[in-house]
Design a protein around this ligand. Structure first.
Ligand code: PMP
Length: 363
């Protein structure tokens, strides 16, 4: 019997949705968010703008003022900037205008799973390129694949979610030169480490950079991301964006955050300092091996099964990400860097859990 489900594309029915269990906990370190709230001064500036504006009217069709502020912030031209409802929307728009049946997309894995998800939905072919055993980008292999497969797209995430590894400018230049296709670099976590690749844009018309306000900029709830590319590429990607994708609250908040970005920088510095402290503490816990990261999170190899560790921490009010189903990460969990007191609580809980584990295993 034919059913309405037959009308759904087979490649869509073959995959599972991108989801996250709606769990809550006092210490929430499962989504790489900024643990510090947006500074009050920025919030007040945003709210003042909202009060003066009619809510019955659409936002501006093209948020020109925001685009100009983003361009100044990223040191790139405003006609090469697109703002989106989170960088997720821009990843989707970019892939919508580039991927169809037969499109080949190189993706180092493990990485952010949305790339594979969207390429699959759009009917393209994902060619995975595993990270090295040390969970770093495998540059010789990537360079070889770029040349051999004549891939239409290469999607790199630097710093990479979930492993925190980065690509160097030298290696990126090599891939940009060798690639006949677009090279997309998702820099969602660039404020925490790794090189800023925006200065390469004038030289490489095949480079597309993605950024977000959801992490360092402390605005995950407001959904703002942006894309930097050659103006002629930005013009095409813009065709797949929905009209009025950014509501005026988000536009106002992004503008205010950019005007007062100096208030956010000390918070970013604290997160980076906490990352280093947390890393050193975790290294001292027998049974845990954290992997160095340039982002605001890291993966940690655990001697206790990841699912079990997830539960043990959740029972202690700490919510982490079990990444053990990702390629190459069977024995790993991912921890986001929290505020200092949250990290203290995490360290204490882990010491307790792994102490108990050692005792149990002595008998
Ligand atoms: N890119 C990467 C690498 C991410 O980790 C995330 C969020 N987890 C995003 C993009 C999407 O972020 P947003 O849509 O909130 O900008």
């Amino acid at each position: 019997m034919p059913t309405p489900l037959d009308k759904i594309k087979p490649q869509v029915r073959a995959i599972r949705a991108y989801t996250l269990a709606p769990l809550e906990a006092p210490v929430k370190i499962n989504q790489n968010e900024n643990p510090f709230e947006m500074p009050e001064e920025i919030k007040r500036a945003v709210l003042a703008r909202l009060e003066d504006r009619p809510w019955s009217r659409y936002p501006t069709f093209t948020p020109t003022a925001l685009q100009e502020k983003l361009a100044a912030h990223a040191n790139w031209r405003a006609d090469g900037v697109l703002a989106g409802n989170g960088s997720n929307e821009l990843i989707q728009a970019l892939l919508t205008v580039t991927v169809g049946a037969g499109t080949r997309v190189l993706i180092p894995e493990p990485t952010f799973t949305l790339y594979r998800q969207l390429v699959s939905v759009l009917g393209g072919e994902v060619i995975p390129v595993p990270l090295t055993e040390a969970l770093q980008f495998n540059i010789p292999k990537l360079a070889g694949k770029v040349a051999m497969t004549k891939a239409d797209l290469l999607i790199l995430c630097s710093p990479n979610n979930p492993t925190g590894c980065t690509i160097s400018e030298r290696d990126l230049r090599l891939l940009l030169r060798q690639s006949e296709g677009l090279v997309v670099v998702d820099q969602a976590y660039v404020e925490f480490g790794g090189e800023d690749f925006a200065p390469l844009l004038p030289e490489f018309p095949n480079l597309v950079i993605l950024r977000t306000f959801s992490k360092a900029m402390a605005m995950a709830g407001l959904r703002v991301g942006y894309l930097l590319a050659a103006p002629e590429i930005a013009l095409e990607i813009n065709k797949a964006k929905l009209p009025y994708n950014l509501n005026f609250f988000s536009i106002a908040a992004a503008e205010a955050a950019l005007e007062k970005v100096h208030l956010l920088r000390p918070l970013i510095d604290r997160i980076v300092a906490e990352r280093e402290r947390l890393f050193a503490e975790l290294q001292r816990i027998p049974g845990l091996s954290p992997v160095r990261s340039e982002a605001n999170f890291f993966v940690v190899h655990t001697r206790i099964a990841p699912g079990e560790l997830f539960e043990a921490l959740h029972a202690r009010g700490i919510l982490i990400r079990d990444v053990s189903s990702y390629p190459m990460l069977a024995g790993y969990v991912r921890l986001s860097v929290g505020a200092p007191e949250e990290n203290d609580r995490l360290i204490e809980a882990l010491r307790e859990i792994f102490d108990g584990y050692r005792d149990e295993n002595q008998y």
